[in-house]
Design a protein around this ligand. Structure first.
Ligand code: NAD
Length: 499
């Protein structure tokens, strides 16, 4: 971190910050139609950050109408890609210019360490906006190889109005993965952030307006899932829903689409990812460091968390000893202290949910090696120790269900075939990893593991250029990379008879 940033008194900054909780519709901040709000509480210390508009069906109605109106008028959809690019680049510039404010908002709203918000969340958001801005005026249509008396053009058109529903674990990045390709390809957007972390998305929409993106193109309606989220997914004038969240909610969103207008549904859902370490991997310290980061980064509130450590029996004790030592570095601390590596859980509900899984692990017969307790209770916030279970069996709940917290379940295996079988034996298929020096084993595992991303000798390596998404009940469609445009554009064939 730059020295100037490390020297900032984040507590003083936090006291001065006055986040706004109104919706942003058609370029303006507005209250919910019925005036209701809910308190956005900080998991850092329980303080109230803002009164957030509790959007519901009438607010979604107004936002979708604004988005549809602007799409039909062509205020944005009919601009040349190069013109959209310029405004999106301006938007990215403004995000970068507001780095400290946005990072502070993110940390206060969902509890992640300020250093991570500054180093990861804001830069990744700006980079995502810039990457899709840069891409959009470099994409060509096609001409089909038909008979010579025909000209068949294959073009891409924006799908129309996109509804995006996103979770709280990376509020800005998850939103940006939708915002950037949706807007670059000429659509209008209604975004519903998580009720647990609405503030940074609202601020992003303000910056988009400031950048000159026309009113109505990018609207944000905060509110609860069963009210605002459901209304958006049921709306007949929404052409596609881009959802990131739990598999259970993803299933509901699919039902809403079926009950309404068969809108396209793109789901980025949960995970229970296997991180497989073979005994031949020569650098166990490195594998242990990555395994600890894979489950403790972002408090374990990661869709791609390496929550199942699959370790070959002969190195089990050595590897787990390394990991538990390293886990000591992830003791929960004040998220506003730049040296903190493990911050607060997002809220009380999630904290209790994770503690219930820890209890289930103990009761199910797994061996608790480390952690397992709530700590820093005097702070008024929500903090959990990094937790490691050994002797976990594949049938146990902590080996099958997504915990979404800093809880590692270690299982052992005899050979690669068994590792692959255990690795695939869950409902999810988001990411997987294998650590080995045997190139054949690496390739065999990469082919056999049913996951959208397979890491070899690394974990959570990331770049906007590669697609991200899941197999099985981890979802469908892909965020990031040029493939994201497949979700937000329709292919059109124009068949011209030249005879
Ligand atoms: P969640 O499913 O509870 O909520 C996600 C969003 O859906 C929120 O905005 C919520 O308000 C909304 N929602 C809830 N009920 C709804 C309903 N009935 N209709 C419409 N919308 C509704 O998930 P969460 O707890 O916010 O996020 C954690 C989950 O997100 C985890 O399962 C995690 O794995 C997943 N996730 C996946 C990815 C990915 O890229 N695959 C990335 C991040 C998080």
């Amino acid at each position: 971190m730059p020295r100037a940033t490390a020297a900032i008194d984040w507590h003083a900054r936090a006291r001065l910050l006055k986040p706004r909780g109104e919706a942003l519709i058609n370029g303006r901040r507005v209250s919910a139609q019925d005036g209701t709000t809910f308190a956005s509480l900080s998991p850092v210390d329980g303080r109230v950050l803002a009164a957030v508009a509790a959007g519901d069906a009438p607010d979604i109605e107004v936002a979708v109408a604004a988005a549809r109106g602007c799409f039909e008028r062509g205020d944005w959809s009919q601009q040349a890609p190069a013109a959209r690019k310029r405004l999106l680049q301006k938007f990215a510039d403004l995000v970068e210019g507001a780095t400290e404010e946005l990072a502070l908002l993110e940390t206060l709203d969902m509890g992640k360490p300020i250093t991570d918000s500054l180093r990861v969340d804001v830069p990744a958001t700006a980079r995502c906006l810039r990457w899709y801005a840069e891409a959009i005026d470099k994409i060509y249509g096609e001409i089909a190889p038909t008979a010579p008396d025909v000209l068949a053009l294959i073009t891409r058109e924006p799908v129309g109005v996109v509804g995006a529903i996103v979770p709280w674990n990376f509020p800005m990045i998850m939103a940006a993965w939708k915002i950037a390709p949706v807007l670059a390809s000429g659509n209008s957007l209604v975004l519903k952030p998580s009720e647990k972390s609405s503030l940074s998305a609202l601020r992003l929409a303000e910056l988009a307006v400031e950048a000159g993106i026309p009113p109505g193109v990018f609207n944000v309606v905060p509110g609860y899932g069963h009210t605002a989220g459901k209304a958006l997914a049921l709306h007949g004038q929404v052409d596609a829903i881009a959802f990131t969240g739990s598999t259970a909610t993803g299933k509901l969103v699919m039902q809403y689409a079926a009950q309404s207008n068969l809108k396209r549904v793109w789901l980025e859902c949960g995970g229970k990812s296997p991180n497989i370490v073979m005994a031949d991997y020569p650098d166990l310290k490195r594998a242990a460091k990555a395994a600890a980061a894979a489950i403790f980064f972002n408090q374990g509130e990661m869709c791609s968390a390496g929550s199942r450590l699959l370790v070959q029996e002969s190195i089990r004790e050595e590897l787990l000893a390394e990991i538990t030592t390293l886990a000591g570095r992830y003791q929960p601390g004040d998220p506003l202290d730049p040296s903190t590596q493990l911050g607060a859980m997002v809220d009380e509900t999630q904290t209790r949910r994770v503690l219930e899984y820890i209890a289930a692990g103990r009761e199910g017969g797994a061996r608790l090696l480390l952690g397992g307790r709530r700590v820093r209770e005097g702070s008024g916030g929500c903090y959990l120790e990094p937790t490691v279970f050994d002797q976990v069996q594949p049938s146990m709940r902590i080996a099958r269900e997504e915990i979404f917290g800093p809880v590692l379940a270690a299982l052992s295996f005899r050979d690669l075939e068994e590792a692959i079988r255990i690795g695939n034996d869950v409902d999810y298929g988001l990411v997987a990893a294998i650590w080995t020096r045997d190139i054949n084993a690496a390739h065999r595992a990469a082919r056999a593991l049913r996951a959208g991303t397979v890491y070899v000798n690394c974990y959570d390596a990331d770049d906007i250029t590669v697609p991200f998404g899941g197999f099985k009940q981890s979802g469908n469609g892909r965020d990031k990379s040029l493939h994201a445009f497949d979700k937000y554009t329709e292919l059109k064939t124009t068949w011209i008879d030249l005879a």
